[in-house]
Design a protein around this ligand. Sequence first.
Ligand code: NI
Length: 196
Amino acid sequence: MSRYRASRPLRAPIKISFVAIRNVLRMGDPRLLQVSEAVHEFDTPRLHELIGDMQDTMAHLNGAGLAAPQIGIALRVVIFGTGAPNPRYPDAEIVPYTALVNPVLTPIGEATENGWEGCLSVPGMRGLVPRYQQLRYQGVDPLGQPIERQVSGFHARVVQHEVDHLDGILYPMRITDLRQFGFVEELFPGQQLQDD
Ligand code: NI
């Protein structure tokens, strides 16, 4: 019992949450060009802390996804999906929040489609990027439990974009027609768009 009880109203316990917003590396930083290493230990404080920091950073910057190398950690960890509609693809399926470790992508068929992409490491810009329309992705969650999904469209695009980061590939390297690359404000005047 508090000795202040008689004189002070009881207060709700203070909730302390440690939000860790990390600096996102920008294109030109050589660390974005590294090939990241596989994770070998799961359900560790280090891995949970990394993913927590990635979540906080992605949420703060309004991103659609984030890869560990973007915050300077060369491990094969990506997060994506907000569980909410994406303003750039309002008709696209909602991508569930996913933390994916050691991902492996297997395209289904040869079909590709072009779509506009942005990246938190290339702020303020958009480019038209061809991606596989359909694919299977496999990997594990932070506890080491297997994840396997077959996805298409925007969900497939986001995964391909994030997994590319693990191999040192940024979306501008995938653009086939550089006339379709530019500043958001010029390409889409008046629209507020998320970066991936
Ligand atoms: Ni990106």
